[in-house]
Design a protein around this ligand. Structure first.
Ligand code: CA2
Length: 144
């Protein structure tokens, strides 16, 4: 089984600022946490981050036939990107939406996710552990 983890804009700054909202873990630490878990389960994992919407679209498109599921923290693009939504629909690879913070408990503009309707499900509000929960959900999708 192969899992692709995609991270959107500004998530490279994790651990440096806004620890009250996003926690103290860096993206590198989240990656290590998932790699350990994936290794124990015999899952291949690839972890990427981009600030560019088009690059995220390219990666989602190219996932078809290469990955069994995608964990996607689209960050701010969650609330704005029709392009990401269309890419998710086009790729046909199951996508699990991930957020560190509980987007529904924050500013109103974060309550709406344009990608939620085309994702398998959404995990939001558990800090770095949201990624672990999303990873477990992706394993369960493939090996129920
Ligand atoms: O809670 C999440 O995971 C978000 O996807 C994070 C996005 C935000 O726009 C979404 O509404 C919810 C923001 C990521 C920016 O991360 C930063 C990390 C450290 C310092 C500044 C920003």
């Amino acid at each position: 089984m192969r899992v692709l983890v995609l991270n959107g804009p500004n998530l490279n700054l994790l651990g440096q600022r806004e620890p009250k909202v996003y926690g103290r873990h860096t993206l590198g630490e989240i990656e290590s946490m998932l790699r350990d878990r994936a290794m124990r389960r015999g899952v291949d994992i690839e972890f990427r981050q981009s600030n560019a919407e088009g690059e995220l679209v390219d990666w989602i498109q190219k996932a078809k036939g290469r990955f069994d599921s995608i964990l996607l923290n689209a960050a701010a693009y969650t609330h704005t990107s029709v392009a990401l939504r269309d890419a998710i629909t086009a790729t046909g690879v199951p996508v699990i939406e991930v957020h560190l913070s509980n987007i529904h408990a924050r500013e109103e503009f974060r309550h709406k996710s344009l990608i939620a309707p085309v994702c398998v499900g959404q995990i939001s509000g558990f800090g770095a552990f949201s990624y672990v929960l999303a990873f477990e959900a992706s394993v369960n999708l493939n090996e129920p």
